[in-house]
Design a protein around this ligand. Structure first.
Ligand code: GDP
Length: 195
């Protein structure tokens, strides 16, 4: 699947601008700066693809990528800005929650968590939203190359324990580094099984 071409379809800043639901979709969530664009680029083997979604003004959009006509990857806007204005948070919630609740073709969410930080309350809020929307999610640790082995082991164990206590969470935890390519084949295999 990931040998196929991946192309940018469109961005959607509102629920009335979503592309037609046809192919199975996987949505990517995470705090701003978690490494979401880098991971999508590493998965698809393209290094310009998800940059589109990082250009200012597009940060509050859902961005849709068609992977080989088989699967759609949805890059959701990042969360966790400490001093985000209330209006922006409300807009984010309306867009993301509305999408998660109403999207029949959405099979899985991938929740990215920075290895250096572990799960934060904003991630727990995201997981609660996914629980309520009945979307199964897979937690993925990013930037593993930034930690020493022992530190990585500790955050892995801590995170795994917490996600195993959550009903809707997929029970595996994938450790990745977009920089080094760690965990990328594993995550590709997981996503390919959904297409
Ligand atoms: P996004 O805001 O979640 O899309 O995050 P980006 O993909 O733009 O990454 C944020 C920053 O983290 C950038 O400076 C990236 O170069 C860096 N980054 C992303 N992934 C990795 C990784 O696997 N290892 C390291 N060392 N840095 C990374």
């Amino acid at each position: 699947l990931f040998a196929r071409e991946c192309t940018f379809m469109q961005g959607a800043s509102g629920l009335d601008h979503l592309p037609e639901a046809s192919l199975t979709e996987v949505a990517f969530a995470g705090r701003s700066n978690v490494g979401k664009s880098s991971l999508i680029n590493a998965l698809t083997g393209r290094n310009t693809l998800a940059r589109t979604s990082n250009t200012p003004g597009r940060t509050q959009e859902l961005n849709f990528f068609n992977l080989g006509g088989r699967l759609v990857l949805v890059d959701m806007p990042g969360y966790g800005f400490a001093q985000a204005p209330k209006g922006l948070v409300e807009k984010w919630t309306r867009l993301v929650n509305g999408f998660l609740k109403g999207r029949s073709v959405l099979r899985r969410a991938v929740v990215l968590v920075d290895s250096r930080h572990g799960l934060k309350d904003s991630d727990r809020d995201m997981m609660k939203m996914l629980d309520k929307a009945a979307v199964v999610y897979q937690v993925v640790l990013t930037k593993a190359d930034k930690l020493k082995a022992a530190e990585l082991d500790a955050v892995h164990a801590r995170t795994l324990e917490e996600i195993r206590s959550r009903v809707a969470a997929h029970p595996t935890l994938i450790v990745t580094s977009s920089e080094k390519g760690t965990g990328i084949p594993e995550l590709r295999a997981e996503l390919a099984s959904l297409a």
